[in-house]
Design a protein. Structure first.
Lengths: 352, 352
């Protein structure tokens, strides 16, 4: 494995209009990232962005504003957003990367539209059959990368294999893992368990240069004993949203119970620091967003409800991906498994 | 909808040898259920079972012992368990139901083998294409039934539709729900979201007599706003095990954090009652086991780690299913949708 060396600076186009809170959160988050040395292009309604910037001290920072007149709404269909909103902030941001003026995009807007714009504007790295969303989730130890969390449904075994290759590169380049353990999400640990797709993907992963640790089950995701978990985008999306929903429900139940008597209220006060750390561990904001891997450019898709910290962390992740040359390593990783990953099919399917 | 009337008594065959704790837990749990009026047949090694019974007061209880000389181990393959262990406790228990001497089986042994024995020994109700495991999970409000949690992989849209029909009947007959809201697990709420299988199943469910509430996402499972969630067994198994794993991980993290200072330790002591209730809400033992729906006889599959309470609750569930005539209602439910559920295919596939 080549070692990961960090160099240069990154310039990130931030979709200032996306997310539940829009420019109010996106602009200050981007400015804070700029203070850490990241070049920032804020894309969206110029006057709104400038109003937000006026509240902040941006002296000496590399922050520019790129105008875009349209906004993709949360309920817009991705295909409509692509065709009918060519001047939307997310599409303009992607074109800004395509033209080489920025290295990556961060958006908390409509996820489907962000994925679609990334795929069709930026296009895929040569050899990549299906770009995939990598969800990064907290565990009891290091974070785990779940891939794909919803960019694709009805995947084929070769797609799953490539998801594993791409997430391995991401985990090494961006999360700093030395040699990630890659597991295949299934419904039993033994080889041969799972559905038809998973059984075929197992063979491909086993015979690769990855550190493949075999099948893992739903209960293994959060123990921290596996670094990368490979699955179809349907399963991954269900798993991601279920985890988020369950963590929130458990938090709410605990809160209700702890409020139910004055004794437990007092107890909670005394344990407040512990609860804050507990919340941090189960908080998606810690990791910021899900990188869409396999495109000619970095795209990080953030949760609509992202707060400032989540956006800053997403911009940091995009910047690290650029500085650590994730794309070169991705291309190398795919080339090393060329015979196996069906590059012929993929080339003929490359998005325009 | 016909109203559910309870009548008569039930006789349940308990696989005394199954589960991580075997007869030590299974026998006392079964005896406690017998005290509530359930007829019990304990199946397994006679001398071990009798040793356990000798420790308990069984005067006047309807408890018999049915000998079985073999035990299915946790790592036995289901097909091997079927063919090579014809005198195993789980297979003998299923035959005991087949012969009409008992109405249902409860086992905490090898789940795959239990499902296989149930399917091949008992056979399917006429019209059922694929029996399915219904996982019952705690939520912030009433429990939710997730179906299928692993009896099938590579399901077809018609199978998913039947899972919904069967779980609706179970929720009404056994959980006492009046008119359960049935959701389809997908990766977006709008019609047309999801993979090919889910999109076709959507149409079947929408046009049925069920109270279909449309697509639900992973994050909706635990809010308590949906009563039945329909999915393929691969997705459902991942979801079930992930929920269990995440709840345990969160519990461990919280415990660690609360132990980290004397202040929070004191706080925890004061909040102890609240934590106990929290644990109860996220505890699978509350619901006991997963019924395998669609067979000619009741089969409840329990977690290997089941404690006494979980087994008692599983026996109660089996008994309620019998007394509330779940099977008659299942057959009625399927007949009401006959044109749609492809009964021709199913009849030709009925297991021997």
């Amino acid at each position: 494995m080549p070692s990961i060396e960090s160099s240069g600076t990154a310039r990130i186009a931030v979709d200032a209009m996306g997310g539940d809170y829009g420019p109010r959160i996106m602009v200050p988050a981007a400015v804070k990232a700029a203070r850490e040395g990241v070049g920032i292009a804020l894309v969206g309604d110029e006057s709104i962005i400038n109003d937000e910037l006026a509240k902040l001290d941006v002296t000496g920072l590399d922050v520019t504003v790129i105008p875009a007149s349209q906004i993709v709404e949360m309920n817009d269909k991705p295909a409509d957003a692509l065709r009918r909103k060519k001047d939307s902030s997310i599409q303009v941001a992607c074109r800004y990367v395509k033209s080489g003026e920025a290295d990556g995009v961060v958006s908390a807007g409509n996820s489907g539209a962000t994925v679609a714009c990334g795929m069709f504007v930026l296009g895929r790295i040569k050899g990549v059959m299906r770009p995939a969303l990598a969800g990064i989730m907290p565990t009891e130890k290091d974070p785990v990368v779940l891939i794909d969390v919803g960019a694709n449904v009805d995947s084929k075994p070769l797609h799953l294999f490539q998801f594993g290759l791409m997430a391995d590169v991401f985990a090494r380049c961006v999360l700093g893992m030395k040699r990630p353990g890659v597991g295949l999400l299934s419904i039993g640990e033994e080889e041969g368990k799972g559905n038809a797709m998973v059984r075929e993907a197992y063979d491909l992963l086993r015979d690769s240069q990855l550190r493949f640790i075999g099948n893992v089950e739903g209960r293994d995701i959060f123990t921290g004993d596996v670094d990368v978990v490979v699955c179809d985008g349907f399963v991954g999306n269900v798993a991601l949203k279920l985890s988020e929903g369950l963590a929130q429900s458990m938090g709410r139940i605990l809160k209700e119970e702890l409020k139910s008597s004055w004794l437990s209220k007092l107890g909670t006060l005394l344990s407040l620091r512990a609860f804050k750390r507990f919340k941090k561990v189960v908080d998606y904001a810690e990791y910021g967003g899900a990188p869409l891997l396999g495109l000619k450019g970095i795209v990080v898709v953030c949760h609509g409800k992202s707060n400032e910290l989540a956006i800053i962390n997403a911009i940091r992740m995009a910047s690290t991906s650029v500085r650590n040359k994730m794309h070169e390593h991705l291309a190398e990783g795919l080339a090393a498994h060329k015979g196996r990953t069906g590059t012929t099919e993929s080339t003929s399917q490359t998005a325009a």
